[in-house]
Design a protein around this ligand. Structure first.
Ligand code: KG4
Ligand code: ZN
Length: 368
């Protein structure tokens, strides 16, 4: 058996939401990890007509495409299963049909090859990504901000995460997507709203900054969407429609409000984190919304002011992918973790088991 400090090459498998993905990652201790291949097949087109991810469609697409993704990920590296040291698979949280497809495939591959298998929490995959690219040491502060998630975590160890707070209703990505829909812009809404906002006036509409009046790191974004709807309807009632500039100003006001909430809550999360006196203080972001240029710039400025290193992985590693699963699996493997045929697929699986359960964090369901 491999020693804990040996070089490792792992296959990662991800199928918990609407991306089918496989990747091969190698790590030689003391050197940066190498992503040898990373294949992601999105399902956006399959769900486009339904205004959200349809679990049955997602499950069928995962079942149909997983084999292909794994073959492609291996083929790109020129390696075969016997050249690997293990298989990591997302075992939750997520849409159960998709998670099951991945877990069953991993079990089959492990049985056929004799390779060890490690089940990975999808959120841990996101949360450990800063270590994949930048070998960041524990503890670091993580802001996961995507279409289905929004939470602050202090990563203290491979299996140890402290949740400081998160959204109590919509995730910011959902709010961006709904805003785009209300204004007749393209999906996914984030990039479309950002583009309009760049030409708008952030001060014309006074949108609320929900929960800033309350202590702690919890957030709420659903009221913002309602405020935007009211502002839109008032303009329509007054003038019979929206001008190009109205749309830009609405987007600018909305984006500014989301950014302000994220920055103020990040400031509070940093206070809690910095009290741990980390040797090198790091705030890392992940998730599609972390691509937003205004949010990024404001978080970066906050980090500059507080002497904290700001880390935003390349976008391909911020959004769902299997390289992060391979990496998280290797990290768990090095701590001695192993799973077997008894590994179960879990629709719900909070990273911080000690934190109070969230009420409806992200209405798209278990999307992470
Ligand atoms: O992490 P992700 O790819 O998928 C999951 O949620 O799992 O995030 C997608 C979300 C979408 O809601 C999309 O609108 C949002 O990220 N997004 C953005 C931007 N780019 C993508 N939101 C704001 N600004 C952006 N530039
Ligand atoms: Zn995710």
């Amino acid at each position: 058996m491999k020693t804990m400090a040996a070089p490792l090459t792992f296959l990662g498998i991800e199928s918990s939401c609407d991306d089918t993905a496989a990747a091969v990652v190698r790590h030689v201790p003391g050197a940066a990890a190498q992503i040898l291949s990373s294949v992601v097949e999105g399902q956006v087109a399959l769900h486009a007509d339904f205004g959200g991810v349809v679990p049955e469609i997602a499950a069928r697409a995962h079942a149909e495409r997983l084999d292909h993704c794994v073959e492609a990920a291996l083929a790109q590296t020129g390696l075969s299963l016997r050249d690997l040291d293990g298989i990591a698979v997302t075992a939750g949280p997520g849409l159960i049909g998709g998670v099951l497809s991945g877990v069953m495939l991993a079990k089959g591959l492990a049985a056929a090859s004799g390779l060890p298998m490690v089940g990975v929490n999808h959120l841990a995959g996101h949360a450990l990504t800063p270590r994949l690219m930048d070998a960041v040491g524990f503890p670091y502060l993580m802001l996961l901000v995507s279409g289905g998630h929004c939470q602050f975590l202090i990563a203290k160890g491979v299996d140890e995460f402290q949740r400081l707070g998160g959204t109590i209703d919509d995730a910011p990505g959902e709010a961006f997507d709904k805003t785009a829909k209300l204004l007749g812009l393209a999906q996914p809404g984030g990039p479309a709203v950002q583009a309009e906002a760049a030409l708008g006036d952030t001060r014309r509409f006074a949108f609320p900054r929900p929960l800033l009046d309350r202590p702690g790191c919890d957030m709420s974004f659903s009221g913002l969407k309602t405020a935007l709807l009211r502002a839109r309807d008032a303009l329509v009632a007054e003038k019979g429609g929206l001008t190009v500039q109205d749309r830009r100003d609405l987007c600018a006001g909305f984006q500014e409000a989301v950014a302000d909430v994220l920055v103020e809550k990040s400031r509070r999360a940093l206070e809690v984190y910095l009290a741990l006196s980390p040797a090198v203080a790091v705030l890392a972001v992940a998730g599609g919304v972390a691509a937003n240029v205004v949010i990024r710039a404001k978080l970066m400025a906050l980090c500059d002011r507080t002497g904290v290193r700001f880390l935003a992985p390349p976008l391909a590693l911020c959004t769902d992918n299997a390289a992060m699963i391979a990496w998280a699996g290797m990290e768990r493997f090095r701590t001695g973790a192993r799973d077997d045929a008894a590994l179960v697929a879990r629709p719900r699986w909070p990273l911080d088991q000690t934190a109070a359960p969230m009420i409806g964090s992200g209405k798209k369901g278990a999307k992470a």
